[in-house]
Design a protein around this ligand. Sequence first.
Ligand code: SF4
Length: 331
Amino acid sequence: MKKVGLTTTVPVEVLFAAGVTPVDLNNIFVTSGKALDYIEYSEVEGFPRNLCAWIKGLYATALLTDIDMVIGVTEGDCSNTKALIEVWQSKGKEVVPFGFPQNRRYEIIVEEINHLMNYFNVDLEKVEEVKRRLYPIRQRIKYLDELTWKTNQATGFENHLWQVSSSDFNGNPNAFSDELEATIKEIEIRPPFPQNEVRLGYIGVPPIIEDLYDLVEENGGRIVFNEVQRAFTMAKEPIDTDIYQMYLNFTYPYHLNRRLEEIQQAIEERKLDGIIHYTQSFCYRGIEDILIKNQLKVPVLTIEGDFPSKADARTKLRLESFMDMLKDFKE
Ligand code: SF4
């Protein structure tokens, strides 16, 4: 089956309807065990040292694994993707561009998704059918999210992993669903985390730091809200929302204000004591930190990651101090 690499979440329903396998390149890159080799490969190819590691990872992953072609998101995700696409194409890699319209106009997302459907030769009826088939799985991921923040049984990493994986359902929704159900069963019989733990929200792109969730838990806290990862699940959409509207309601690719509204809601609903804002070295999204710190009403710790690795000593220390401060506030 043809494997289609994704640079971020796209209307995956189109791909399943077309009978191809979506593969989120980000997930393959970080879990490959070869992430540093991939970055080095890209740098040898000429990618600058002062460029985000995700971009270098995506480039190499698409070229060095069995990915047949790529869907590159040119609008609403990463300012580097346009150039990345050009380099892939120069290497003979087939790439289809896709954009989330920054003016959030319905007729433009219709054009974008229809273009994708034409490319993969599928019709709207088939795509809507897949959307309905994925709906219960999305709802079960939402339930796992509730097991994190309502019943306090799931870890922050489990919450991150299952939600972030909904960008491609690991290429196989049936197997994904079976594994998800097994995980839910295991979580449901666990005792809850202690009531006095520090409750944190994680916002920003998914972390390249491998042990961030563990470090939070080692310091007496837990991440009970993963903002972008939750947006990837689309689980808040009712089943009858059409596919175009569904991807127009997706907060991640659009204006920061809508994301801030949802974050603020989560702070209240999930009783968050603080926020970790993750930024990636050399990413333009780091500028958003100014607005985030101005507008959120709880303490915010900004953590920056560069290469895929465990947290460095400075990050550990800053995290520890932040947690101590929040514990003091709580008491
Ligand atoms: S972290 Fe920023 S620069 Fe890197 S791929 Fe994501 S959006 Fe682009």
